[in-house]
Design a protein around this ligand. Structure first.
Ligand code: ATP
Ligand code: ATP
Ligand code: MG
Ligand code: MG
Ligand code: MG
Ligand code: MG
Length: 267
């Protein structure tokens, strides 16, 4: 293969090495999940089984890729954070992104029947897109996480109100959409509370905020732990370039701390 007359075609490849010493975030997102969730009868607006499945697939990805230090997910998306010092695949964007996307998709499919035993998967199968973005400062990374979490909150407040109008208010989709057009957050909170007795603040944290998963670099036990950790100081996670052990400790249950708090500014 080396030095063959065909080898010149390699020079057509575009370099895509990501800037050194920056956080690399790979975000994946389910393709056409609006349709997919309808097809598989997801409970609207939040199917807990589906969130648990997303978290299980993300946990598997973190276990397979020890360079990942943090992950945040909501709805049909997950953001995976590679450490600043990561040198996996020479930091090539396409290799990092496609490996995450295919590993996640494979586990999502593999684990499906555990979470949806009564709805076997049939083509078209679930698939995900992905992109890689570099964030130079800890502040940028924190703001990225805040951005995704605010998106989760805004979407969830809208979806919760929309589906309450439909499911409890007897409206059709069009009427509910019209009712909500031009409303701000306080209007939606008011609709939920005054008309349906629902206090949005009491909705499950996992719906309102999403899920965070981080690598515990210095586990206290020898065994990998998959139990929910609510109040663990993860500042060491971002301070050390390579993990001593490939141990992902997911927080796949409602969390009390915001995912943003898991990303600390450098001293
Ligand atoms: P695209 O391919 O552009 O991403 P999409 O249809 O997947 O298109 P998104 O903006 O990603 O568009 O929206 C995801 C859809 O999946 C939303 O309709 C959301 O409500 C739904 N969804 C995701 N997770 C769940 C869940 N756990 N329970 C119920 N619905 C969900
Ligand atoms: P990388 O992650 O860098 O791609 P790799 O181990 O996958 O590492 P490749 O250069 O892609 O390295 O090599 C693929 C390997 O899989 C080779 O060892 C090849 O012999 C083996 N392989 C692939 N397809 C088959 C097959 N159909 N039957 C037997 N072996 C196979
Ligand atoms: Mg999308
Ligand atoms: Mg999607
Ligand atoms: Mg999405
Ligand atoms: Mg290979």
């Amino acid at each position: 293969m080396a030095n063959s007359k065909y080898e010149y075609v390699r020079s057509f490849e575009q370099p895509d090495i990501l800037l050194a010493n920056t956080w690399i975030v790979v975000r994946i997102d389910g393709r056409g999940f609006t349709k997919f969730t309808t097809r598989y009868h997801f409970v609207k607006p939040n199917d807990r089984r589906a969130l648990d499945l997303m978290n299980a697939a993300a946990e598997a990805v973190m276990k397979e890729l020890p360079d990942l230090c943090l992950a945040y997910g909501n709805s049909d998306e997950y953001s995976f954070v590679f450490h600043k010092n990561c040198s996996l695949f020479e930091r090539r964007a396409s290799k990092l992104t496609t490996t995450i996307v295919s590993t996640f998709s494979a586990y999502y499919t593999f684990l499906w029947s555990k979470y949806f035993p009564d709805d076997p998967l049939m083509p078209p199968l679930p698939s995900f897109d992905g992109r890689a973005v570099c964030y130079p400062s800890d502040r940028n990374l924190r703001d990225y996480m805040s951005w995704r979490q605010v998106d989760c909150h805004i979407n969830n407040l809208y979806n919760t109100t929309f589906w309450t109008l439909v499911q409890k208010g007897g409206m059709d989709a069009r009427a509910a959409e019209q009712e909500l057009s031009g409303t701000v957050s306080s209007d939606k909170n008011e609709i939920l509370f005054s008309r349906f007795g629902i206090n949005y603040n009491n909705e499950p944290e996992i719906f309102k905020k999403g899920s965070v998963m981080y690598r515990d670099f210095f586990p206290t036990t020898g065994e990998p732990s998959t139990s929910a950790q609510k109040h663990v100081d993860t500042s060491t996670a971002l301070a050390h370039p390579r993990p001593r052990r490939a141990t992902a400790r997911p927080v796949s249950q409602p969390i009390e701390r915001s995912p943003i708090e898991y990303v600390r500014d450098s001293p």
